[in-house]
Design a protein around this ligand. Sequence first.
Ligand SMILES: [Zn+2]
Ligand SMILES: [Zn+2]
Length: 151
Amino acid sequence: MNDSFTISIPSDDDGYVLFQCPTCGTYFKVTPSDAKDDGVLEIFCPCCGLVGENYITEDVFELAMIISKNKAMDMIHKELKKIERQFSKGFVTLKVGKPPKQEPEDPIHSSIEALEITCFPCCQRNAKIKPILKMTGCYCPFCGVKNYELK
Ligand SMILES: [Zn+2]
Ligand SMILES: [Zn+2]
């Protein structure tokens, strides 16, 4: 059985995907092309400047839980159906009801907060960050350098 699955995290209208720092909980967005770029080895949190182990948001995590639960329920139902068929040949009948109700696997909403597109001059890459971070200075998600007075 192959129990792996992929969850696609929808990007917003500008093509950015939402990340959440596991350390400080800050939301920020980067484009998948930047995040996967060979020149970008790690993604730094723009707020605390640390490299998170994973930036999966709680939404994505919850969705993964629902999908795996649905898959498991599905399998159990299929197994029961098999047993039902075996039983139907004999005198004992086993009736398996309708498939379990699946929980809706909602697409993840990526519009969490008003994040502004910000260009990081050190890397010439854009990320979406909270406007307040632009004023206080923030770390470049792609190289970890602290930038001030961003536009
Ligand atoms: Zn952080
Ligand atoms: Zn940079």
